[in-house]
Design a protein around this ligand. Sequence first.
Ligand SMILES: C[S@@+](CC[C@H](N)C(=O)[O-])C[C@H]1O[C@@H](n2cnc3c(N)ncnc32)[C@H](O)[C@@H]1O
Length: 173
Amino acid sequence: MASVTYKNQPAINKTKGNVPLAGNSHVYTVSKKLWHDNIEDVLQGLFIGTTLHVCCGKSQLGDVRLDHDPDNHPDIICDASNMKAIVEDNQFDTVLCDPPYNGKFQWNHDLLSELPRVASQRIIFQHWFILRIIGLIKAQEKFQLIDVLVWQPKTYFGRVNVISVFDRIIDVD
Ligand SMILES: C[S@@+](CC[C@H](N)C(=O)[O-])C[C@H]1O[C@@H](n2cnc3c(N)ncnc32)[C@H](O)[C@@H]1O
């Protein structure tokens, strides 16, 4: 009998804990805030200026919260992989993002192109990997990794969560 549950992450619960990297048929949603208060305190301390929180879930961090699930009551409801109709280039100083980890590769690629488009100074990105560079399109290779924070959730087999902090590369010409 299964004794491990992901009841606050229903899509993962439905797949019995499997999270295929290629994506799955269950749309990822959250039924409660996943970050503990001490993690949010650390994240808040990293913010510079105005902050957009992409894929915010039930977390209240950020001046403007964006998610595609209306149940999270975000300020903006849209797909994070294409925010062009709603969020302008460089509109926010800081962009925080903790995306679903089961996105298809194209979705991840599109998301990782959108974050550097809308951030003017800093990107804070949580996943289970460390990105070498953010902005996979050459013209967007403008953010460099400046810090990496790692934390372990309280769940028994919880994956390590990696928070990567990127700052805009300042042109010195
Ligand atoms: C990992 S959760 C964020 C959890 C949050 N950091 C917390 O600690 O509670 C990812 C969020 O992405 C949202 N999401 C899923 N697909 C999305 C999409 N295509 N566009 C925007 N948000 C999406 C889900 O609704 C969920 O709230």
